[in-house]
Design a protein around this ligand. Sequence first.
Ligand code: ACO
Length: 316
Amino acid sequence: MSSPFIAILGTGAHSPAKVLTNHDLARLVDTTDEWIVTRTGIRERHIAGKNETTSQMAAAAARAALADAGVSAEQVDLIILATLTPDQPMPATACLVQHLLGVPARAACFDLNAACSGFLYALDTAWAMLGSGRYKHALVIGAEKMSSLVDWTDRSTCVLFGDGAGAAVLGPARGTAQILGARLYAEGAHAHLLCVPRGPKPVIQMKGREIFKNAVREMEDATREILEQHGLTAAQISCVIPHQANLRIIESLGQYLGLPPERFVVNLDRHGNTSAASIPLALDEARRSGRVRAGDTTLLVAFGAGLTYGSALVRW
Ligand code: ACO
């Protein structure tokens, strides 16, 4: 099931300059820094400017990932952009990113929506397409302008989300690094728990408690299944990069898996929940800060609206 030939060659990230703290939010809605930190672990989030688009953030993260990988825009023949906040319903934001980067016309470019699991869905899709031998270098991007879907009068959701983008370049493995496997899931029966219904001003609606319970169970299942498939134990995972929604969700997952908190990469205190951008943002930070070293096996695990969830194993 694993292809020895495909690896993550580089990563990059981009966050908007504007930072919105919990104290700023306490001036907008009836909340406190103490409530938000205790219930979620979030302290601040980046918010895109009015004219700052998902495609611009995605392109900035992609440029950084290409530079990190030592791959040029001309070499890219596939762009998959995971987002639930495209610039427009059409064309695909991936095509706008292609143009911004100067990626040649022979590249396939499309968007993919699996909400907060989007990056893992895009990673698995790109891995399969590269594994077919028909594509050589893929840009896999998660980018979101969640602030455009937030109801800024709803204290139960507006404190959770942030904007940003993260990207990875996939291509022929150099040395031993490789993607070992990925598993994707969806439970459409729970679609109503987290959604953006159509309306004059579409905004996020969420049943927080139910999402919380499902998130822990789903991420535990997705982790156990992929570890079993690859004959690994949780103890053999040097670093877990989970979807950054809520620190208590991550801590519960650690308890169920018997893994100490130090094993988990957490940056939600500074970014909030950036949906599809959350895992690639955390992955980039983890690589650049030395949390991920050659030979390490890293677990990526996510959940999101759908309800979608999934996991992936990467050896560096
Ligand atoms: N400030 C102060 N009080 C608040 C706030 C706030 N920002 N938000 C809610 N409250 C109040 C509620 O009104 C409620 O008051 P009441 O008891 O008087 O009715 C009380 O706090 C408790 O509310 P709960 O919703 O029960 O609080 P809970 O401990 O469950 O925390 C939270 C809420 C943080 C949303 C939590 O349920 C959670 O994180 N759930 C998961 C959400 C998530 O991960 N979403 C992202 C999914 S990924 C994707 O695809 C986008």
